[in-house]
Design a protein around this ligand. Sequence first.
Ligand code: C5P
Length: 316
Amino acid sequence: MSPEAGKTDAAVVVRVPAKVNLALCVGPRRADGYHDLATVFQAVSLYDEITALARSDGQITVQMTGEGSEELPCDQTNLACKAALVLREWAGDATRHGVDLRIVKQIPMAGGMAGGSGDAAAVLLACNRLWGVGLPLEVLSELGAELGSDVSFLLYGGNALGLGRGERLTPQPATGRLEWVFATAPRGLPTPLVYRHFDEMADRGAIVPDAELSPDALDDLCSGEAARVAARLRNDLQAPAVELYPQLADTLEAGLAAGALAGLVSGSGPTCAFLAADAASADVVASRMAATAGGVRDVRRAYGPVDGPRIASGRG
Ligand code: C5P
C-alpha cells in the first residue's frame, strides 16, 4: 500500500507554548521514584506547531522539523506518538483512527521548557478533535498526566501552581506581562539525570529537599510585576543542573551582566531564563547575550503568561 493510502483530507493545526518554572521546589525522592513538587508554571510565547492529518488505515506516524528535531526518534517511543496511542485506546477504536503528525519545533529540545510534553498536549487536543472523541479538557489532562508530569499544565497554559509530580494543578491569575530572554545550550540535559543528581547532592548534604512554597511567594510570582517576580524566582534543580553542566554558571552570570533583573535555569535545564524589567531592557539583554556569550546555542525573546494550546484551524 502506498504511504498516501488511507488518508482523508481532515486536518487540525494546534500551536502549543513552552513553559518556564517561576518556582520549582523539590521534595525528597518518593517510593515511586518521583519527587513531590511545589512548582509555579508559566506558559511563554515560544511555540511548537502540530498538524494532525487523519488516516483511515489505523497508522500513526510522526515527522518533525525545526529546532534539534534530528535528535528525536519518530517512532512509538516519541511522546507525541504515545499521546495519540493513549487517546486512541480511550476512544476504543484501534483499527479506524490513524494520524500523520507533522511537528514544527521551535521549543528547545531537552531544554527544560517542556517541548516534548507540549507536543504531547497538542496531540491530545488535535486528535481529540480530528477523531471526534470529544473528551473535555479535564479528562485530556488526566490522560496527559500519565504521559508526563508537565503535560497537564501545557493543556491549560497561563500561570498555575503544580503539586504532586507537578500534575495537580491550580490555575493562578495571569495578570501582567513578563519579558523573558532564553539562552539555549548546545546540548540537552535529560530530566531523569538531573533529578538523580539532585538525590546525590541531597545524600551528601549539599541540598535539603523542601517542596514548600509560601502563599506570599505564590502571590508575588503570579503578580505580573517583574521586580516582585524576580525576587522570588527559585529553582531547586539549578544546583544539580549546574554541577552536571558547569558552563551554565557562566551563562547565568552573562545574563545578569547583560542587564537582566534575575536569571535561573529553566526546569531541569540546560536552557537559562532571564527576566527583564521591561520589553526594551529584554531586547538589550538578548542582543548583548547573543553578541558575547560563549557556550550559548541560541538566544530567544519571549513573554508570558500566554494562553495554552488552541486549535488554530481544523477541517473535518
Ligand atoms: O514525568 P516526566 O516523564 O516528565 O518525568 C521525567 C523524569 O523526571 C522522571 O522519570 C523522574 O525521573 C523525574 N521526575 C521526578 N519527579 C517529578 C517529575 C519528574 O523525579 N516530580
